[in-house]
Design a protein around this ligand. Structure first.
Ligand code: MN
Length: 202
């Protein structure tokens, strides 16, 4: 079954002023749509066509650049739209908040580490908060559309929060000011969704 571009649960302008409507429209309607189409074309009539996106990424032949780039792009953006919300921002609570405090000492330290990973990813890529097998949390970053589910990536675990730091994610509004975009992202993080992913993973 072919993968489908997910419908957003909020309007393109709903994350303004943190993320502008035109960026959202192009990002979802053009970039994510492109990864989805390219992924479907690449796996059509192959054994991968019967797998979930998680199965495809976990078992990926990293030399298969078309599936690596477009499968990663499909999965990463599906997660990205879900972990943002016009009602987002603020602080995590419950078990997730406890796990963040345990791993990083405080929410502020976590935020600093995550923002640093996002700001220092050279060129295109993502920064992640990942749940490890032992239940702890780690921050890491990946290049291009790689993600922590892929084999042999130094950044591993189950991604429960991710920020896209490709220029297409922020350049119209923020130009070269990537740190400003990263700060603004925290105003729209959907901590309830991140908690849900955390609880589902532990
Ligand atoms: Mn993107």
């Amino acid at each position: 079954m072919a993968f489908e571009l997910p419908t957003l649960s909020y309007a393109y302008d709903a994350l303004e002023p943190n993320i502008d409507a035109l960026t959202m429209e192009i990002h979802h309607g053009k970039h994510h749509n492109g990864y989805t189409t390219n992924l479907n074309n690449a796996i059509s009539n192959t054994p991968l066509a019967n797998q979930t996106i998680e199965e495809i990424l976990k078992g990926l032949d990293m030399e298969n650049k078309i599936v690596r780039n477009n499968g990663g792009g499909f999965y990463n953006h599906c997660l990205f739209w879900e972990i943002m919300s016009p009602d987002g921002g603020g602080l995590p609570s419950g078990d997730l908040a406890n796990a963040i405090n345990e791993a990083f000492g405080s929410f502020d330290t976590f935020k600093t580490e995550f923002a640093k990973a996002a700001a220092t990813q050279f060129g295109s890529g993502w920064a992640w908060l990942c749940l490890q097998k032992n239940g702890s949390l780690e921050v890491c970053k990946t290049a291009n559309q790689d993600n922590p589910l892929m084999p042999g990536i130094s950044c591993d675990g189950i991604p429960i929060l991710g920020i896209d730091v490709w220029e297409h994610a922020y350049y119209l509004n923020y130009q070269n000011r990537r740190p400003d975009y990263i700060n603004a992202f925290f105003n729209v993080v959907n901590w309830s969704k991140v908690s849900e992913l955390f609880i589902a993973g532990v």
